[in-house]
Design a protein around this ligand. Structure first.
Ligand SMILES: O=C(O)/C=C/C(=O)CC(=O)C(=O)O
Ligand SMILES: [Mg+2]
Length: 219
């Protein structure tokens, strides 16, 4: 049997744990309070989509938003991982989009319902190629950007995160044990906006990597 390859972690069917409202400028653009503790939600592995396949518009939304985020790929399992050793559990990174049906999320929020329909649908988590940890020596200080049809919509720096990567790994693993192949989405900076069928989304991390996805409707 061939050994599993962490560079193809999305094939392993592990957890996708998402952090929300982790950038003050994004929390404020959606008129949310700045959180005093991380806001967590989950996506299933069926949310993954890779370059070459489209992001599919769910039939029940008319306001699908992009959110560009740094994804942290877990390489070593742990529970209640101390902040001091948190980075030893990181195998690498991916650039991610947390696609969000904003109108559905607003309705869920107003009714006190979970965000599953808004955040966890098929293709709601486009990801780049795997970036080995050594390629990003300081993940707490990198630029993330996103363009829609060549127009810049998001341009932020991970130094703006309210909760750092070691803090998040400690906080999450106290509640949900982390396994090899899990992915943590670390939240989005400001500039989220609506996308339409046939739009082209391009996103990147500094000069490290870019990725491109088309938006389509399920045929
Ligand atoms: O509370 C809201 O209105 C929206 C929150 C989010 O969608 C949170 C995120 O996913 C994020 O900040 O990245
Ligand atoms: Mg998000």
């Amino acid at each position: 049997m061939s050994a599993r390859n962490i560079a193809r972690f999305w094939e392993w069917g592990r957890k996708i744990i998402c952090v929300g409202r982790n950038y003050a400028d994004h929390a404020m653009e959606l008129k949310n309070a700045i959180p005093s503790e991380p806001v967590l939600f989950l996506k299933p592995p069926s949310a993954y989509v890779r370059e070459g396949s489209p992001i599919l518009l769910p039939f029940y939304t008319s306001n699908l938003h992009h959110e560009v985020e740094l994804g942290v790929v877990i390489g070593k399992a742990g529970t209640a991982i101390p902040q001091s050793s948190a980075m030893d559990h990181v195998a690498g990174y991916v650039l991610c989009l947390d696609m969000t049906a904003r109108d559905v999320q607003d309705e869920c929020k107003s009714k006190g319902l979970p965000w599953t329909l808004a955040k966890a649908f098929n293709t709601s988590c486009p990801i780049s190629d795997f970036i080995p940890k050594e390629k990003i020596p300081d993940p707490g200080s990198i630029n993330l950007w996103l363009k829609v049809n060549d127009i810049v919509k998001q341009n932020g720096n991970t130094s703006q995160m309210i909760f750092s990567i070691p803090y998040l790994i400690n906080y999450i693993s106290e509640i949900i044990s982390l396994e090899e192949g899990d992915l943590i989405l670390t939240g989005t900076p400001k500039g989220v906006s609506s996308v339409q069928e046939q739009d082209e989304l391009q996103a990147g991390i500094d000069d490290i990597l870019t990725m491109t996805f088309k938006v389509d409707r399920k045929s």
